[in-house]
Design a protein around this ligand. Sequence first.
Ligand code: IVH
Length: 709
Amino acid sequence: MNKQPYPAEKQRQYFDWSKTWLEHPAKPSAEHAGQLGDLIRYHEWRYYVLNDPVISDYEYDQLYKQLEALELAHPEWKLPDSPTQRVSSDLTDLFRNVEHLRPMLSLDNSYNADDLHAFDEQVKKLNGLPAAAEVEYSVEPKFDGGSIAVVYENDLLVRAATRGNGVEGEEITNNIKTVRSIPLKAAFSKYGIRRIELRGEALIAKDKFQKINAQREAAGLPLFANPRNTATGGLRTKDPRETAERSIDAFIYQLGYAEDQSGQILTDREGSHAANMQFLHTLGFKVPLDVTKVCANIEEVIQYCTEWEAKRESYPFEIDGMVIKVNDLEMQERAGYTSHHPRWAIAFKFKAKQATSTLLHVEFQVGKIGSITPVAKIEPVQLAGVTVSSVSLHNEDFIRSRDIRLGDKVLVERAGDVIPYIVKSLEELRTGDEKPIDFPKVCPVCQHPLFREPEEAAWRCVNYQCEAQVLQRMIHHVSKDAMDIEGFGRANVERFYALGWLQNLADIYRLDYEKIAGLEGFGKKSAENLKEAVEKAKKNPIKRLLHSLSIHHLGKRVSELLAAEVDHVLELRHWDLERFVSIKDVGPVVAQNIIAFFRQEDNIHMLEEMEALGVNFKQTDQDRPKKVANDAPLAGKTILFTGSLEKMTRTEAQAMATAAGAKNISAVSGNLDILVVGANAGSKLTKAQALGTVTIWTEEEFLAQMGKS
Ligand code: IVH
């Protein structure tokens, strides 16, 4: 017998309907209102009971709002069991239910500045204030975890519960006792408080979550989808030891209820939410004081929310928005409550960064060194404000370890400046028609057999003349990192290539600019600009030329090391392995690749042509290593730039750091001394913060150190 309330087929159907509904809301009718209710109930079951939602919170909110609107326009269609008729619930029969001292309400949601202005106006109205008045708000992170209520009596933690349906929650005291950030004892009695209920959120730090998943992957266990489900699931395991293993943390963000020795209810402490939070912090609770800001008016609130939406990734915990609370407690009371949420608080929701989609097909792209990258084409979805329809699947192992199949419903994430990726396939939604992804045996472009080095993840087409590679190499050659030919770019390479004007790198230096001037969208001036840019690139130092050749593993750094050792690039033809590896930091693998490149007659011929066309092949001053004095400001330090820099390009910043004696490295590890963070810094910042040994500078601080501010 199938005990599941929703068998796979039904789930699949509900998922598809939900997506259709979100795109094309159905015509208002009693029948449709009923169907929408069914869909919402299904998603509530996935979210609250399984801790494993299949649509984003945003999508859920949209469905819910549609139903609310339908019922408002047609009260006669409202069914007694409509999801709008009750507070949502995560109650199961696994735990004892306990009643909260005060109902745990939810928050109303806002998505933009208009919503926040409307909220501000309502707060003023409810307080009898004129429209021009300014209300002070306390703004704090909206944690993406599971809400909890903890009760202290005579200074001892006596009870902890999940939110449940808001009135009753599940008693999880033993599990919460494993959470180190919740004190087992706190000196409330010193302040005349005998009994108090606090509200907060249990969650897992992002780096801890990654560690847990890495361990699960190594142990062959299924991966957790995200920190929230891992935390809420962890709180509701029957074995507190399992809770303890998940490194669950908890923030307190609300004082729920307090009473004194005689049972008298204490309404407020010092009159403001911010003061309450400070008080709880003093008593040893983990309170988000570092991100909390008291804003003088709604404009400041909007600005602060926007600021945090841009840098949400830099925070060590997942946050899905900000919570805005009227700071003054008397004003809160006057604003009051609906049955669902306080009228003195609102959540500002960030744009969702996870969404579900369907994997339609897989394209295999050939890179400049022949690596084959599988790219999933998915049903377009909005992620953090951008439409995503292609997602890299990295390599064959990635696909196999996650058992990703064609036709799968997939969970996709795009976090900050990180490229979108597939978190997992939703196996429960499979129909059986999904097909395994067949990795090609031959190059999809030139049909040459593919090879895979034992220690490498990618399959490679080793045909250096493969059309796709030739094209990608040319794109790399003109790019900023390589020869930096301004205004050339991918589009022109592809266009000239299609016209048959480019067959190898040398052709870039013998273009016919008169013909280019005649192309649609060009004209004389742009053709001349392009010519000038190409002429300028010819004079580049040879470290750029070396890097522009797309030799496997020959990156910027090794190019620089080699450039410092030769007077002329073609000298490298005569170097043997020993000569290469005698240079510090040049390994045997890249050495072999360079040797192989310079052994091919075609390549030598192409280089000679390039030189004849005027490209510089001789060492210049820029190639010679600069002597860095021991007293240079960053002598002997390692440095890494992350996020988007506003005052300089990353290349400029790195050059400045090198000139100051630092070594640029590419990953955060125990070896890193300094991390410079620009806007939207992502996981690197989180990791550096977690290490605790890395000095973290803003762009301004870096410039100040360089004596440039
Ligand atoms: S205050 C009476 N503050 O958001 C006010 N809630 O959608 C109750 N949440 O159930 C909530 N961060 O789990 C508040 N800083 C924060 C929050 C927060 C996350 C959650 C909480 C609540 C849900 C409402």
